[in-house]
Design a protein around this ligand. Structure first.
Ligand SMILES: Nc1nc(=O)c2c([nH]1)NC[C@@H]1CN(c3ccc(C(=O)N[C@@H](CCC(=O)O)C(=O)O)cc3)C=[N+]21
Length: 281
């Protein structure tokens, strides 16, 4: 193995220290940053993620509330709850954990959150602001990936970045952030012909497809930086990413692992967004 490991856990810890001192400073001025997390239904993975987010708030000295509702909560009840949090002076960030039960319209819920409290960065206003180069609150996962690239000192200006996966929550905002930082961006999707042809030309590969170990060493240019956004279970039920770590680590210059890569950074940037939302006040 030759690649440098981009250790999301330690970058997350360092970033959380910075967040913590800014939270302390803000609290001294009488503003105590607060996050509300709403979980509807009983998806077991969501429970784990949500409790990790609430725990992380404690680590940086933020206030948090976790609201859990049964899977049959009506959409109008959820919208009413969001509206009340929009006006709650103790709450600076609102996160509604996805996925929602099928009877609830996800778009309607995301647009109901005040853009100033939309710490997921999923509201149309925040997505549009990023797209037009005036970023406000940014989607946490791609924001975290940018931090990881920065810590690794991966050159971005003029580099060719290939993103695999064009979702609204990762691929598309990732493309905008890399573009803004001066990369030439290729955004691949499930219909892309000859995916390996594209990934092999990349200085930076971002894997965000949701298919276990589908990016293999033969698809990577020697020395490239590879960031793995995937969270899957392999045949043995073990947590793994979209990148086949063992083969890619032989050729890449740097690689982020799963677990311990993008996941901890996603949570950290959620805290950063909540802090930024509170500081804006
Ligand atoms: N409104 C909303 N915002 C989200 O940001 C959001 C969401 N809904 N729904 C689900 C996904 C998933 N997600 C993760 C965050 C951290 C880890 C994480 O920290 N993972 C650890 C491992 C955790 C484990 O052991 O399962 C790691 O990669 O090292 C994983 C997944 C946020 N999401």
């Amino acid at each position: 193995m030759s690649a440098t490991i981009i250790d999301g856990k330690s970058i997350a810890a360092a970033t959380q220290l910075e967040i913590k001192s800014r939270v302390t400073a803000l609290t001294k001025r009488g503003i105590h940053p607060g996050l509300a997390v709403i979980l509807v239904g009983d998806n077991p993975a969501s429970h784990v993620y949500v409790s990790n987010k609430v725990k992380a708030c404690g680590t940086v000295g933020m206030h948090s509330v976790l609201e859990q509702y049964p899977a049959d909560l009506t959409e109008s009840a959820l919208l009413a709850r969001i509206e009340s949090l929009n006006h709650d002076a103790d709450i600076h960030g609102i996160l509604v954990q996805l996925p929602l039960p099928p009877h609830i319209n996800e778009h309607a819920v995301l647009e109901a959150i005040s853009p100033d409290k939309d710490v997921d960065g999923f509201h149309l206003i925040n997505a549009g602001a990023l797209m037009t180069g005036q970023p406000r609150l940014r989607a946490c996962t791609p924001y975290g990936v940018m931090k990881m690239l920065e810590y690794n000192q991966t050159p971005i200006r003029g580099a060719h970045a290939v993103i695999v996966g064009a979702s609204n929550i990762v691929g598309k905002p990732m493309a905008m952030m890399l573009l803004q930082a001066g990369a030439t961006v290729t955004l691949c999707n499930s219909k892309t012909r000859d995916l390996a042809h594209h990934t092999r030309q990349a200085d930076i590969v971002i894997a965000a497809v949701g298919r276990a170990k589908m990016i293999t060493g033969d698809m990577i240019q020697a020395g490239a930086t590879v960031i793995d956004v995937g969270i899957n279970r392999d045949d043995n039920g073990k947590l793994c990413g979209d990148v086949d770590f063992d083969s890619v680590a032989q050729v890449a210059g740097a690689i982020s692992p799963v677990p311990g890569g993008v996941g901890p950074m996603t949570i950290t940037m959620l805290l950063m967004n909540t802090l930024e939302a509170a500081e804006k006040l």
